[in-house]
Design a protein around this ligand. Structure first.
Ligand SMILES: [Mg+2]
Length: 342
């Protein structure tokens, strides 16, 4: 009989590959499969996962780069139980390892926030049954609409139609910095002023934060930061530059931002300054997505997170998402890249 030392540390690094629903386009690229890494940390009787999945078109780091960063970091941790400074790691690596450590330390509560703001494309009729269920559950009706892909006039008319036909609907809009100020104002022109306050926020309407602020001043439509937060340098960056009139929320995508410590400091800053903090996904598998749902329930309990991305996949990974009918691919079926043992 062997006696396990309670401090014995081992780790595994897997590379996963999951099929995506056909027609998933991310930043003009078709995403046929989602690739990433899962770290599995074991210490004594405790085990924890972390997901590192740089998002093509958004993350700066490549899969090759994160693989070597992960191997180096896991080797160090297995030897001495410590991580290097999160700030020197790529954001997706820092997120995966800090989240796994957080889970290993028992800090991340089990309870998750699995409600979603449904993503709607065109037809308000499609949404009626979804909203009926939301009403029955006593939930606020909140949906998300991507704008900026078509003519601003069409977007404006569509948003106006949604708000007109569903009187207690709140909308989150996302333009991903696609408009000039002129186009953004054209959009707003088609949204009746009396409906504008039911736009909870519009994420990054214009190409620069300054133009987005001008848009908000001129239209009284609240805005939210997403890309701006991703591009911030946390080493000494002044968070107060995020504040201002009509700035309503910050979107926090941990895979693109970095360590849990960074994410928590952003959430804390937002909450102290009256901004909403919305935890959002970067198309992680159900392993990472579930941890984001738990992070949201823990740290932003009053918010519906932006995690409506499982529908883009054809399979779940190891951990099941409540009510999902997608088949589950097991981690053991994925590629084991390396084991870290004494
Ligand atoms: Mg966004």
């Amino acid at each position: 009989m062997s006696i396990v030392n309670p401090q014995t540390r081992t780790a595994k690094l897997y590379r996963y590959n999951l099929p995506m629903d056909s027609g998933v386009i991310v930043r003009d690229q078709r995403l046929l499969q989602r690739e990433g890494y899962i770290v599995e940390l074991t210490q004594g009787d405790n085990m924890a996962y972390g997901e590192c999945a740089p998002l093509p078109g958004f993350s700066q780091e490549s899969l090759d780069q994160v693989e070597s960063e992960l191997i180096e970091a896991l080797q160090g941790w297995q030897h001495n139980g410590e991580w290097r400074d999160w700030n020197v790691m790529s954001p997706s690596v820092a997120f995966a390892l800090s989240m796994a450590q957080c889970e290993l330390d028992g800090l991340l509560p089990q309870q998750g926030e699995y409600r979603a703001a449904p993503l709607c494309s065109g037809d308000p009729d499609e949404l009626i049954p979804i909203f009926e269920t939301m009403s029955k559950d006593g939930r606020q009706k909140v949906a998300k609409v991507k704008v900026g892909l078509y003519e601003p006039i069409r977007d404006g008319m569509l948003v106006n139609l949604f708000l007109e036909s569903i009187p207690d609907l709140q909308l989150r809009l996302d333009a991903n910095r696609s408009w000039t100020l002129d186009k953004a104002l054209k959009f707003a022109q088609y949204v009746s002023p009396e409906y504008r306050e039911r736009i909870t926020f519009l994420e990054e309407p214009c190409k620069t934060p300054e133009l987005s602020r001008d848009f908000a001043q001129q239209t009284t439509i609240n805005i939210a930061w997403d890309e701006t937060v991703q591009q911030m340098d946390f080493n000494g960056f002044e968070l107060s530059s995020l504040l201002g009139n009509y700035v309503e929320a910050v979107v926090i995508k941990p895979t693109l931002i970095g360590s849990i410590e960074h994410c928590l400091s952003l959430i804390d800053f937002a909450q102290k300054n009256g901004l909403q903090a919305v935890i959002s996904s970067s198309i992680e598998s159900t392993i990472g997505l579930t941890q984001l749902a738990r992070l949201s329930a823990w740290k932003t309990p009053q918010q519906i997170p932006g995690l409506d991305t499982l529908q883009l996949f054809q399979a779940q990974l190891e951990i099941t998402w409540p009510d999902s009918k997608l088949p589950v691919s097991m981690l053991a079926e994925q590629t084991l890249i390396k084991q870290f043992v004494d």
